[in-house]
Design a protein around this ligand. Structure first.
Ligand code: COA
Length: 373
């Protein structure tokens, strides 16, 4: 046997086009995110989550009747998901929220009559299961959905166990729209690969939840909040960050595989936090976050002048979700509450392609003498 000599392959499929999509486009050089024909800045903070779902699933924004129609369908689907909780075994009792969501979603059956009704069921179930898990971890029982409420408001009410304020609902709507879709990220690719095999939407979403769970994908906002809590005051920012970097650790919420400029979603979330701050919900953390971001950018620029390591969406996600009152343990699961709508849209799109995704690997293992090269 001989072993072939080869340099390790790039592990991230960088630059490989795996699909044509009408859903979203990430321009990493110039810092644009386009969602089905709209800049993220023109959608997030302007339309509720339901409208962004409709946009992804139908290719255009809904009129007010269509928005109400989807609101009603989501409300009914939340009730249906709530009725399913007794059949989820111990899924909602698990200590890790993403493990809980993965186990809970895996219990579902894709039973809707078409892709859009299945998507509605999955978006609804994700919110109900995440909120139910939040209640269980507080030692409380899950709260019944209120189908008369908007999706973001009902999720917050069920998860926090109280009626949220209007600015908090506005902040969460902005967040859910901001993260609804983002090109061929790892969890979306996962969902599309499952779709390409002819499998069902529940399987695709279950697999995507598994991909989102990883700290390099959806797991950064919790550590960002911990960083801000441990820095505590602006005067400590520089020395704290220097100590982290000198120990070879990464600054969470900074850097991105695609963006070479500041992630455009950062400014959208920053504006939403400013609105929360005016309502008295976020003031000090926002000031601190801005100073830490500036210092981190400066220090990373000194260490990697060849690489623009700027803030990514997770940096201000931490500040926003904290201001809304969500616990850090629920940050990644709240990401899933928004992104699930994108996964479903990609599932439908990939299903229409109707072709198995089958990339190739490069064999670098031992080669038998008996087989000619
Ligand atoms: N803090 C410190 N150094 C960082 C860094 C960060 N946040 N992000 C990248 N770097 C460094 C890397 O260590 C690398 O240095 P090296 O060449 O000396 O090893 C260099 O910058 C180039 O890294 P890059 O190729 O841009 O990283 P990547 O594309 O593999 O990683 C991330 C992208 C997002 C995984 C990375 O920036 C990161 O880990 N960020 C923190 C986690 C985070 O916020 N994740 C959420 C992403 S939305």
């Amino acid at each position: 046997m001989s072993t072939s000599e080869a340099s390790p392959a790039q592990s991230g499929l960088e630059g490989v086009v795996v699909a044509d999509t009408r859903l979203s486009e990430v321009d990493g050089q110039r810092g644009h995110l386009i969602i089905a024909g709209y800049s993220v800045e023109d959608l997030a903070g302007h339309v509720p989550f339901e409208s962004a779902c409709w946009l992804l699933w139908h290719g255009k924004l809904p009129d007010s009747r269509q928005q109400q129609e989807l609101g009603r369908a989501l409300g009914e689907a939340r009730l249906k998901a709530f009725e399913a909780i007794p059949r989820l075994g111990d899924a909602l009792q698990m200590s890790n929220g993403m493990e809980s969501l993965r186990a809970a979603v895996a219990h579902l059956t894709a039973s809707g009559s078409d892709g859009i009704s299945q998507s509605t069921d999955l978006v609804a179930a994700t919110a109900v299961f995440v909120a139910g898990w939040m209640r269980q971890r507080e030692g409380q029982t899950p709260l019944r959905p209120d189908p008369s409420l908007g999706h973001a408001e009902d999720f917050l009410r069920m998860g926090l166990g109280r009626s949220p304020s209007a600015p908090a609902v506005d902040g969460l709507n902005t967040y859910l729209v901001t993260v609804i879709d983002h090109g061929m990220n790892a969890s979306t690719l996962t969902a599309r690969v499952v779709a390409s095999t002819g499998s069902d939407m529940v399987s695709a979403v279950t697999a995507a939840v598994g991909a989102l769970k990883g700290p390099l994908h959806g797991g950064a906002p919790g550590p960002v909040l911990e960083m801000l809590q441990s820095i505590r005051s602006p005067s400590r920012a520089r020395s704290w960050l220097e100590a982290e970097l000198s120990q070879g650790r990464r600054i969470m919420g900074m850097g991105h595989r695609i963006y070479r400029v500041r992630d455009p979603r950062v400014a959208v979330l920053e504006k939403a936090i400013e609105r929360l701050a005016r309502a008295g919900l976020a003031g000090e953390k926002l000031q601190l976050a801005r100073i830490v971001e500036r210092e981190a950018e400066r220090l990373l620029q000194e260490r990697h002048p060849e690489r623009a390591l700027r803030a990514n969406v997770e940096f201000y996600t931490a500040v926003l979700l904290d201001a809304i009152g969500l616990p850090a343990a629920a940050f990644t699961t709240t990401f899933a509450v928004g992104r699930v709508a994108g996964w479903c849209a990609h599932f439908i799109e990939q299903q229409k392609v109707g072709r198995l995704m089958r990339p190739v690997s490069r064999y670098v293992g031992p080669w038998p003498e008996s087989v000619p090269r």
